[in-house]
Ligand binder design. Sequence first.
Ligand SMILES: [Zn+2]
Length: 455
Amino acid sequence: MAAMSERPEAVFSKSPANQPSETGDSIYPAVNNITYLKKQTNGNMNATAPTHSGHLRTIRDHNRGSILRCIDSNPSISRSEITSRVGLTDAAVSRITRELIDAGLVNEGEEIIDNTRPGRRQVGLSINPDGAFILSACLTLFEKRLSLINIAGDVVAKTDLSDLTKFSSDAIVGELGKRARTLIANARVPKARLLGFGVVAAGSIDHGLGLLKAGSIEKLIGLPLRPLIENEFKIPVRLENVGHALNVAESRNNPAAERRSTVLLVHIAMGLGASLVIDGRPHRSDQDERMIGHILVPGASDPCLCGARGCLNTLVSGFAILNRLSGSVITTRSSAPSAAHYDPRALSKTIARANKEERALQALFHEAGLVLGQNLFAVSAAVSPDQIMLAGPVPQVASFASGVMHGMSVNYGRTRLRPPPLHVSHIDYARATELFALDEFLFNLPLRMKQILAG
Ligand SMILES: [Zn+2]
């Protein structure tokens, strides 16, 4: 088989569709099931295609989102403070905040003293938590959860989705719909106050068609999730990969000033994924977020699930760590190594053990982190991020993160430059899904004001 570096398309080819790879694995089957998609959506695939980077948004939608974001990050903020932070006129801020208050999305609080405008009455504005609600579904190997959150980001209701993949591909969306309707009914949330439904999965998203082209959960691949869920609920749906969801969720924790930055996030669970967020928005491409796991490591020779040997996956992923622990590295092509060989619970248990001061395990995590850090040098030299974020379950072991730091310092040392600051995210995949959905539907996509007012 040709090396990855020569023919990357051999691993992630888009065509011919459904052609099994040489290894016979089904980890990256390329699916472009347009006929199925058209049948399921009556040919109406792009009817509600999202406005990716805001081309179709009106200026008013944009300003409304900016003001909501400003109020969200600065509770009890005055109108004049919003004016100075957002850079709009007093009149525009007054008009938009009045509209948001009338729609019940924003509350007026106590009168506040504003020293910058003496003599003028100022009232603090805050997000009204129960002014609107958002659904989110996290569909990863590691976590599967359906959540109903309010616009303060609090979880109003949630349900486990671990058994969702037991249903056939045809039945998955119907089942998801049934459970979502139960959550909404039990929480007594009016339909008009539902802003949208965010869905997050690991792999490669076709944003145009709203489906997963490749991913870690086989039954979701090629399933037109966005159009199907939109048909089911008649609300906007966003589909995103885990890396971007984590990165956007983390950027909410950053103060406004730091949103002007480039953040490279690498998340490590059974496999690896990467995301680049620039000024708070994901750098969107339809490329598989898991490509980073197939960087070739010089000298490494273990077989990867892609069919090549010596990929980063074989040394630093949760799968690699479990494989080393079990002492049975799978070497035959007929049984290509796969995350499916392990229950994600085995990884959770190993992480818990490593965190309970098991020295030998900590050393194993450190070694894995070191290899990742050494290889992150090349990525970060190309991208020059202001910050590197490690996320997912594996970096919750401190020795893994210190290994990454060590590996990066060694390689940066040669350049006499300092590596970018490294942070560990403690947001889990399900929470990242909720916060990503909140960010999208409250701040980035146009709000359906007429409908909210009617509700
Ligand atoms: Zn590989």
